[in-house]
Design a protein around this ligand. Structure first.
Ligand code: UDP
Length: 240
């Protein structure tokens, strides 16, 4: 009767920039609502989904550093920004009738659980979405690296990397070069040697060293999260 079949488990990385919508800064509730609807649909279909959301719609540590701020402190601001995205997504998931828990790498008991990996897995097994906030809790890291690390720790099948405004990995920037060619598949080494903008190098090497596949796809295209979860041929697949 299929009861002993292990449900597929994925780590979904959502672009923080996408959360801003056209506003550029902060959170556009319409976009978050759309994300929540798509995630709810795949959870209802039986997939276990953990989420990491970027923070580029609030602060990027490296950008604040360029404008004279201390890097580590700016990075903490960046991490705190991601938590607001997490709370927004949690709210809309709740409205969809999907239980979720936010777990943060920086403890803030009033708004979220602390990051407890075994408890996160337990939530997933109960059909709850787990949203990981505040990155790794460490300056000089990114939410891409966080997504790779959390995917490995919860034993996800793949890292589904949802991008804002681009439907995969190209040999040059498609926004600047109309002749840019999209890759259907790449290996980790090609991503690193060609310096392709899939994620930062720390995230890519972590995936490579642990053979974690990465699917890069357009986040805002209707139904794409479901396609990614079903393993349909969209975007660019990075593996060995
Ligand atoms: N950040 C960090 N450590 C982490 C995750 C994030 O210091 O483990 C900070 C960093 O300053 C980053 C910001 O949080 O610029 C937002 O995260 P994100 O990875 O989304 O940055 P983006 O990819 O949008 O530049």
């Amino acid at each position: 009767d299929g009861k002993d079949v292990t449900p597929p488990r994925f780590l979904l990385k959502l672009s923080g920039e996408a959360f801003a919508g056209n506003g550029g800064l902060g959170v556009d509730p319409d976009i978050v609502h759309k994300m929540a609807r798509e995630i709810a649909a795949v959870v209802r279909d039986g997939a276990q989904i953990a989420v990491v959301i970027g923070g580029g719609n609030f602060f990027r540590g490296a950008e604040l550093q360029q404008r004279g701020m201390d890097r580590a402190r700016s990075d903490y601001m960046g991490m705190l920004g991601t938590v607001m995205n997490c709370l927004a997504l949690q709210d809309f998931l709740e409205k969809e009738g999907i239980d979720s828990r936010v777990q943060t790498a920086i403890t803030m008991g009033q708004v979220a659980e602390p990051y407890i990996p075994l408890r996160a897995v337990r939530h997933l097994e109960k059909g709850r979405v787990v949203i990981f906030g505040a990155g790794m809790g460490m300056p000089y890291f990114s939410t891409d690296t966080t997504a790779a690390q959390r995917a490995l720790e919860i034993n996800a099948e793949a890292l589904l990397m949802g991008k804002n405004g681009v439907d995969g990995v190209y040999d040059s920037d498609p926004a600047k070069n109309p002749d840019a060619v999209k890759y259907d598949a790449l290996d980790y080494g090609e991503v690193i040697t060609r310096d392709l903008r899939v994620a930062d190098a720390t995230a890519i090497t972590l995936c490579r060293d642990n053979s974690l596949p990465i699917l890069v796809f357009e986040l805002l295209a209707e139904g794409n999260i479901a396609r990614a979860v079903k393993g349909e041929k969209i975007g660019t697949l990075v593996n060995s």
